[in-house]
Design a protein around this ligand. Structure first.
Ligand SMILES: Cc1ncc(C[n+]2csc(CCOP(=O)(O)OP(=O)(O)O)c2C)c(N)n1
Length: 515
């Protein structure tokens, strides 16, 4: 009976197109692990810890756009998946969660390692398939744009499953044709495009259409529209950096957002500007704003209808931007460090950007990156958790990749490097911007007037050095206080702890606010 259930679970995964499984072992999921390991055509990544496993799986999906499964044992092991499931949900990625469980009769009894696993992930999954030995089940044959939970109840003895399946013999069904996009109305007022969170394939699809449209484009790094690329037209003449002083210089009545949800304050402020029309064109069906008035959300394929439109471009106030001047004056401030790091990034590298200040400072400071550089970030739920693991997942299919992450975010994911010995060889540069706390909060106006001791608690100021973390996982370590400290990095995996100049960073932001 158990054999049958294991086999039908593996076959269901194969039919869904799962080609990689991130496994975190326990006794309860051992029969599934042995079944997987006896199978052909499936890549197995092995973890001791479920949270990293799930974020790593997410990173694999983000770049390679194939379904990846995470397999856990029962109890809180299953619950550890929740943050990555939420992130996958908001990124529209169908992460497949396979959780082993004790038989249903244990539910609500408090018996060891038996928790309420059914529907554990609530609204963040498209379905929870709760299956026990001896029951029949109709497996889904297609994934949606949401994670899927498969809860497998296994009784003892948990003897090993000796036979597997050939994953390559089961072909996933073709995706359904998207429904025709509903008609949409646009305003005739001055329009800007805002672009972020585009997979490089989507950026290639969008570039000729945006070129034809000819509107100014405020492009975050993750729009993947910056720089030259051999397989798409250059948009450099239309692109504007996603910096606050760009937004301040725009005269607009309409925004076309393509891709993910922008990380700028300006986007949030659109909430209270119902007179600005917002049209979202995205793979994700989230409007990104709570207001209903003058907001419409169109599916990604509607973008092709935009090429033939003739819209009024937003006017840009000629007022001089101080950004260049202020960065140049302060070569050791945080945004300047983004430039120093980007100078080391080479053609085709993958750059993962952490949340909080790194993503904002990269958006501000990015000038033309080398051809084919790909940017990614976890902007679904904007968490500072799981970032190192997600990057490592994304780095698995890249010969050279970078993570730029804040210090608290890095500390959140200390077990992430566990997987590194299993990764293919490549240059992996884990850059920690150690500004000694959650410094984003020092930029939040409403928090600036709080008593020092309260700010200390909010910012979690600290004096931690990351060198012992590098040593723990056997990584090379470089401490950088000057740009030249980044020269001659060794090959392979390197942890780079950047110590930006706090005073220069502070005066940079003061100057930008005053401009
Ligand atoms: C899981 C999670 N917990 C808390 C937060 C709230 N939060 C946003 S930014 C931040 C501080 C991040 O600090 P750090 O990584 O050092 O980056 P910095 O602000 O210095 O750029 C926190 C706690 C969050 N986004 N995600």
């Amino acid at each position: 009976m158990k054999s049958l259930l294991i086999r039908s679970t593996l076959t269901a995964l194969a039919r869904l197109g799962v080609a990689e499984v991130c496994v975190a072992a326990g006794a309860r999921n051992a029969p599934l692990i042995t079944g997987l390991m006896a199978s052909d055509g499936i890549k197995i990544w092995s973890f001791f810890e479920e949270r990293s496993a799930a974020f790593f799986a997410l990173g694999r999906m983000m770049v390679d756009r194939m379904p990846v499964a995470v397999l856990t044992t029962s109890g809180t092991a299953a619950a550890e998946l929740l943050p990555a499931v939420i992130e996958a949900h908001y990124q529209g990625l169908p992460l497949v969660l396979v959780t082993a469980d004790r038989p249903k009769r244990f539910r609500g009894t408090g018996a060891p390692q038996a928790i309420e696993q059914k529907d554990l992930f609530g609204d963040y999954v498209s379905a929870c398939i709760d299956v026990e030995e001896g029951t029949s089940i109709s497996w889904p044959t297609r994934l949606t744009d949401k994670p899927l939970h498969i809860n497998i109840c296994l009784d003892e003895p948990l003897d090993a499953e000796r036979s597997g399946i050939d994953f390559l013999k089961h072909h996933p069904q073709k995706p359904l044709k998207p429904a025709k996009a509903a008609p949409f109305i646009l305003s005739g007022s001055p329009t800007v495009v805002i672009a972020c969170g585009l997979h490089p394939h989507e950026a290639r699809e969008a570039a000729p259409i945006l070129k034809e449209l000819g509107l100014p484009i405020v492009a975050e790094a993750t729009s993947n529209l910056w720089g030259e690329s051999p397989d798409r037209p250059s948009l450099d003449e239309l692109l504007l950096p996603a910096a606050e002083d760009t937004f301040n210089s725009l005269e607009i009545g309409q925004v076309i957002r393509i891709g993910g949800i922008p990380s700028s304050r300006w986007w949030r402020d659109l909430e209270s500007k119902p007179f600005v029309w917002v049209t979202n064109v995205s793979r994700l069906q989230f409007p990104g704003l709570a207001r209903k008035q003058h907001v419409q959300t169109l599916p990604w394929h509607a973008l092709s209808d935009f090429a033939s439109l003739s819209l009024v471009p937003a006017s840009i106030h000629p007022g001089k931007s101080h950004l260049e001047e202020e960065i140049t004056k302060r070569p050791l401030c945080e945004p300047a460090w983004m430039r120093h790091i980007m100078r080391l990034v080479t053609e085709g590298d993958r750059v993962f950007i952490g949340n909080s200040l790194p993503i904002r400072e990269m958006n501000m400071a990015l000038d033309s990156p080398p051809p084919g550089v790909e940017f990614y970030a976890n902007r679904g739920a904007n968490g500072i958790d799981g970032i190192v693991s997600t990057w490592l997942g994304a780095s698995a299919s890249s010969r050279s990749s970078w993570l730029i992450v804040g210090d608290l975010s890095a500390m959140y994911d200390l077990s992430a490097p566990w997987i590194m010995p299993q990764l293919p060889q490549g240059n992996r540069r884990l850059v920690i911007i150690n500004n000694q706390g959650g410094k984003i909060f020092s930029h939040v106006k409403s928090l600036q007037g709080l008593p020092e001791e309260v700010r200390h608690v909010i910012e979690n100021n600290h004096r931690v050095s990351f060198e012992p973390w590098a040593a723990m996982w056997g990584l090379s370590y470089v401490r950088a206080t000057l740009p030249q400290d980044l020269h001659d990095l060794p090959d392979g995996a390197v942890m780079i702890e950047v110590i930006p100049d706090a005073r220069q960073t502070e005066t940079f932001y003061q100057a930008m606010e005053g401009s």
